[in-house]
Design a protein around this ligand. Structure first.
Ligand code: NG6
Ligand code: CA
Length: 498
């Protein structure tokens, strides 16, 4: 009977035209801009490994995260639902509870259902446990393992937030029980120095007014306070190798059966504290160095996949969770050593922004033998991976599951340049792209994020841009095209259910 089922299963795959179920490695980087890679036109920075990946990929020029910051984009990627459908999906503190319901269909659960082994290595930022108050010294759950990952090696929130520790399958790595961890985002705890009181102890200054001056870990002021867990605290310079080693072992351990690896690198998010190998290498300050470092990690993964003999049958996807930012909390040379580099490429705005640079991000999809290298301007979004993989894996989704995800498999694999007809984006405000039109809803939010020097795209008046000839969103056509404004405003409301 079992044998019969197995035969049946593989015949289905054969019917679908795939010899073997492909492995999937999804490489997700943090705050990398549309113009940050040489395969996307950067000339001041050279990212040869991503160039190599791009040369075997569909390279997307109109791909988006749903949101201009991390938590909501990752929520959408995991659940196939717009983050604004659920409250509490904005940037999370490091002690937040898990925001992905454990009974929701998720991208990794879909792979599990299809018989894959699933793993996450890297940044999580979707909360842990049932409540803010939690014991970091016992098993912490629910977390990634309860929403679809068989294996997890993560840090809880962001590299600039406490607790600055790794968590492997729910347990803090290298924790000394005699030195228990406590975390507080409201008031100082323990006796560790803070960046505010002891700036002389910092190896990298925090930017004035940005608040990265609480507990010092590894000579860097963080957001939030932690005490204890001294042996478990990470060393930023070692982080890339730590994650890479875990990702490589996951690949090695699972190479003989289909696997899904979500490899979520922290680069080039702050604090940028590259390893010695990359410090000063880019000539553009630590942000540039961090980009070279992530490029190197991508090359290492590609090499590992080749060495394991699975390159042909492995899909590698590369993307970023939101657009670029220079000064996001530390004085690290990103502004002063920019040297003419344009992380946002031809786009306006950046991280936090309703303008295109907030959410239009690099996206590469590689699958040797199955995906013909090309450039695609199809409108696609990370929210679509779950529906697209549901198609590829032949694991149908019920109407109530991943409700905002659209099957873009043919666009993602380069078979068509027809993508979505519309897409809703969020930052402080909402925007919708339909065809060449981009509508940004009126907002009373600040026009400029003064701390990061980012144009946020907020305007009390409606904005309408024709992206076919104004990708830099300079020419607001709202007054000239009131009917288009009205139609897009109504479409947005309809999608949002108002
Ligand atoms: C912001 C932080 C910023 C960064 C961001 C999260 C301040 C002033 N700024 O609130 O440094 O941590 O949150 O980035 O606190 S994200 O990519 O994870 O969304
Ligand atoms: Ca981010």
């Amino acid at each position: 009977m079992r044998k019969y089922l197995i035969v049946c299963f593989f015949s289905l795959w054969a019917l679908a035209g795939f010899a073997q179920r492909p492995n999937v490695i999804f490489i997700y980087v943090d705050d990398l801009g549309y113009g940050d890679l040489s395969c996307y036109g950067a000339t001041k920075l050279h990212t040869p490994n991503l160039d190599r990946l791009a040369a075997q990929s569909v390279r997307f020029t109109n791909a988006h995260s749903t949101s201009a910051t991390c938590t909501p984009s990752r929520y959408a990627l995991m659940t196939g639902q717009y983050p604004w459908r659920r409250t509490g999906t904005a940037i999370l503190p490091g002690d937040a509870a898990l925001i992905v319901p454990t009974n929701t269909t998720t991208l990794p659960k879909l792979f599990q259902k299809a018989g894959y082994t699933t793993g996450i290595v890297g940044k999580w930022h979707l909360g842990l446990g049932d409540a803010v108050a939690k014991n970091w010294n016992e098993e912490i759950k629910p977390g990634p393992n309860e929403v679809g990952f068989d294996y997890s090696f993560i840090f809880p929130a962001t590299a600039d937030r406490v607790p600055s520790v790794f968590v492997e399958n729910g347990k803090v790595v290298a924790l000394d029980k005699a030195d228990p961890i406590a975390v507080d985002y409201k008031k100082p705890i323990g006796n560790d120095p803070t960046g505010k009181e002891h700036p002389e102890l910092l190896k990298m200054k925090s930017s004035p007014g940005q608040g990265h001056d609480n507990t010092i870990v590894n000579g860097i002021g963080r957001i939030g306070y932690m005490s204890g867990g001294h042996t478990a605290r990470w060393t930023d310079e070692e982080m890339p190798l730590t994650f890479l080693t875990k990702a490589k072992s996951f690949i090695d351990n699972n190479k003989s059966k289909p696997f899904f690896l979500y490899y979520a690198l922290t680069e080039p998010h702050v604090p940028r504290m590259p390893s010695t190998m990359f410090k000063g290498k880019s000539g553009l300050g630590f942000r540039g160095d961090a980009i070279l470092q992530l490029d190197w990690a991508v090359g290492e993964i590609m090499q590992q996949v080749t060495a394991a003999g699975i390159a042909k049958n492995t899909i590698i996807i590369f993307s970023s969770d939101n657009g670029p930012v220079l000064d996001d909390g530390y004085v690290d040379g990103a502004v002063t050593q920019l040297n003419g580099h344009t992380p946002w490429g031809p786009l306006r705005g950046g991280k936090y922004s309703a303008f295109e640079a907030g959410t239009r991000i690099p996206l590469l999809v590689s699958w040797p033998g199955n995906v013909k290298p090309s450039v695609s301007d199809a409108l696609v979004c990370q929210i679509d991976f779950i529906a697209s993989f549901s198609k590829l894996l032949q694991q149908p989704l019920a109407a109530s599951e991943a409700t905002d995800s659209q099957n873009m498999l043919n666009a993602l694999t380069g078979k068509t340049k027809q993508g979505r007809s519309w897409l809703v984006l969020d930052s402080d405000t909402y925007a919708i792209i339909e065809g060449n039109w981009k509508y940004i809803a009126p907002s009373n939010g600040a026009a400029l994020n003064k701390l990061t020097n980012t144009e946020l795209g907020n305007n009390p008046k409606a904005q309408l841009y024709d992206l076919s000839n104004d990708i830099g969103e300079k020419n607001n056509l709202a007054e000239k095209q009131p009917e288009t404004v009205k139609a897009l405003g109504e479409l947005l409301k309809k999608i949002q259910g108002y």
